[in-house]
Design a protein around this ligand. Structure first.
Ligand SMILES: Cc1ncc(C[n+]2csc(CCOP(=O)(O)OP(=O)(O)O)c2C)c(N)n1
Length: 319
């Protein structure tokens, strides 16, 4: 058995089970915001975050539950945030699309496609300056979807990051869909890595969402950037979203996605794969731990109070 299998399995299972639990309770209105679930895509977040240090940063989009959990974001605070409660990671004011936990290196997410990419570069620039004083190079990983690469600010950021050799890793989570529009109807060519190479950036492409390959690629990229103080590195990870773009259901009857492709990805499920690598005792123990963690977070969220009315007037800026 690969010695990393138990920890990777546990993190992926935690994401999967927590999101499926959200889907189950969504109809009760306990969760106060829309949810963009990552079911089927867990190996990307876990492969990225597992080899990072606690003080490295990960930045993501509105589909941010998976990286938040994989980077060690506080589970109770996440659940309370989803419930709109005051002990949530953003005081209950932001919800699912804006999870943040800076103490564990999770940068606040945004619903506006592409916008978190330049912010991540700004953080990487700060880290480059910091390293001159501290001698320790922290890194930022900026995660975005294939749709994010269609925004102008993505190319501005790629260019700036290459010019200033920023200590960052760009990861495109390519699930081939932007809401309902498949990639064939959006991209003139699929040569994303080749496009990025023209900026003088090293690229890697992982076609099968293999969690070990993703982890290894990130780990080597991070080591290279830490040793030289120079990035960026770009990684494209193919994956497939199993559920609808936003919400708790599947949308397989909506007739816009290739269900044979979905079936192929399901067969390649990394959670099933790793479960098969573990002995029964280890597997059962991890499953129980994950169930307990989710229950604990749910109870915490239920018992947390809603924000006080005066909170309406905090974090509000007027010009
Ligand atoms: C600037 C901007 N344009 C359009 C939208 C509407 N929108 C929300 S999600 C989305 C699709 C993005 O797809 P992708 O980046 O591939 O991420 P995924 O949802 O697949 O994770 C779009 C177009 C938006 N939120 N922001």
């Amino acid at each position: 058995m690969d010695k990393l299998a138990p920890q990777l399995y546990k993190k992926m299972l935690l994401i999967r089970k927590l999101e499926l639990r959200l889907a189950e309770i969504y109809h009760t209105d306990a969760v106060k915001s829309p949810v963009h679930l990552s079911v089927g895509q867990e190996s990307i977040a876990v492969g990225i975050c597992d080899p990072l240090n606690k003080d490295d940063l990960v930045s993501n989009t509105y589909r941010c539950h998976a990286t938040y959990i994989a980077k060690g974001g506080d589970l109770r605070e996440m659940m309370a945030e989803l419930y709109g409660k005051s002990q949530g990671c953003a005081g209950g004011k932001a919800g699912s699309m804006h999870l943040v936990d800076m103490k564990n290196g999770v940068v606040g997410a945004s619903a506006v496609v592409g916008t978190t990419i330049p912010i991540a570069a700004g953080l990487a620039l700060a880290m480059k300056f910091d390293a001159k004083k501290t001698g320790k190079q922290r890194i930022v990983v900026s995660v975005f979807g294939d749709g994010g690469t269609e925004e102008g600010c993505f190319y501005e950021t790629i260019n700036f990051a290459a010019l200033r050799k920023l200590p960052m890793i760009f990861v495109c989570e390519n699930n081939r869909l932007a809401i309902h529009t498949p990639i064939e109807r959006r991209w003139a060519t699929e040569k994303l890595c080749e496009r990025i190479q023209t900026y003088g950036i090293e690229t890697h492409k992982i076609d099968d969402a293999d969690v070990f390959k993703i982890r290894e690629t990130i780990s080597s990229a991070a080591e290279k950037i830490r040793n030289t103080g120079e990035g960026p590195i770009f990684i494209e990870c193919a994956t497939y979203r199993w559920l609808e773009h936003v919400g708790p259901f599947d949308d397989h009857k909506d007739n816009y996605r290739d269900l044979e492709e979905y079936a192929r990805w399901k067969k390649n499920d990394q959670i099933d794969r790793l479960a098969g690598m573990l002995d029964e005792n280890t597997r059962n123990q991890i499953q129980q731990e994950v169930t307990d963690m989710i229950k604990d977070a749910e109870i915490f969220a239920e018992n947390s109070p809603y924000p006080a009315a005066e909170e309406l007037y905090t974090h509000v800026y007027a010009h």
